[in-house]
Design a protein around this ligand. Structure first.
Ligand code: SAM
Length: 276
């Protein structure tokens, strides 16, 4: 039997390389008997890549946390697509995420995966194509990339693991540009507090990649003041999610303890959803 050659990963910036950690975390989650996300396709993508995933030091908390937040964002996207079967979905900083396959939107939905050109090129090599899924090779902070995306349909914008890597002002300006482009929609993201963003630098997986911390905001209503027309629709504190029952110990006990306090839970993972 001929051995299949694995795809080499090009030289990536430290921020781009974080996409391999989240991909690997979803792959590892899929191998667990108590998998949260069941994203077997991520595991297939991992196996196609010639890359030393072990160096990423993906801990149990990264695996469970990434799978859980991914699943919660998927739920939001699916709900939006059910209510708006002609919507557009934008996955900002998509990396090698297979979200479009997990969400399996109806044919009327056009899906746009956006990331740096180098990432989109790698994506084309290892993530299967799909009807109505479009790849946009762009720096999110550059002007013009949105012109290719229809502006007359409701939009579901998802930002999974990207907000902490854009400077605060830049993310706010991006949000204004996005909400001005579409008639209506929702923005869903995994939100970090300022402390959680700062403390990222001490996380073994982030240290392994050389990440020096990230951006965040504390009050979930803060984005309402970004002049982007956002209204908070939902804050989910993931320490209180039912899926915590599948976390391995001692992570489960820690999450249960954190869940007792809203302020402490906010320092962990949270999903924020806004309407515009
Ligand atoms: C932690 S990874 C998350 C990837 C993906 N969302 C996932 O959950 O697997 C962060 C991603 O944001 C992308 N990113 C960060 N800043 C970006 C920018 N200015 N323009 C485009 N993509 C960006 C990176 O290339 C990377 O793919």
């Amino acid at each position: 039997m001929a051995l299949q050659r694995r795809t080499p990963v090009p030289a990536l910036t430290t921020i781009q390389e974080t996409l391999l950690l989240t991909l690997y975390a979803r792959a590892l989650d899929s191998r667990l008997p108590g998998s949260i996300l069941h994203d077997m396709m991520s595991d297939e993508v991992v196996k196609r890549l010639d890359y030393d995933f072990a160096k990423l030091k993906a801990s149990a908390s990264v695996v469970s946390g990434t799978a859980l937040r991914g699943g919660k964002l998927d739920d939001i996207v699916r709900r939006f697509c059910r209510a708006n079967p002609q919507a557009v979905v934008l996955d900002l900083g998509c990396g090698l995420d297979t979200r479009v396959f997990r969400c399996d939107p109806p044919d009327g939905v056009d899906w746009y995966d956006i990331d740096y050109p180098k990432v989109i090129k790698l994506r084309a090599d290892v993530v299967p194509e799909r009807a109505h899924a479009h790849q946009v090779a762009a720096d999110l902070t550059a002007a013009g990339w949105l012109d290719a995306i229809p502006s007359d349909r409701p939009a579901m914008i998802v930002a999974d693991g990207v907000m902490p890597f854009l400077p605060e002002e830049t993310f706010q300006a991006l949000t204004r540009t996005l909400t001005a482009h579409f008639p209506s929609g929702e923005l869903a993201l995994n939100g970090y507090t300022r402390f959680a963003g700062w403390s990222m630098r001490y996380h073994p997986a982030m240290k392994a990649l050389g990440i020096r911390g990230g951006e965040g905001f504390d009050d979930p209503r803060e984005p309402e003041g970004w002049r982007a027309g956002l209204t908070l629709a939902e804050e989910q504190l993931l320490t209180r999610a039912p899926e915590v029952a599948s976390f391995p110990q001692p992570l489960r006990a820690l999450a249960r303890l954190m869940a007792l306090s809203t302020a402490v839970s906010r320092q962990g993972a949270r999903i924020l959803r806004y309407r515009f």
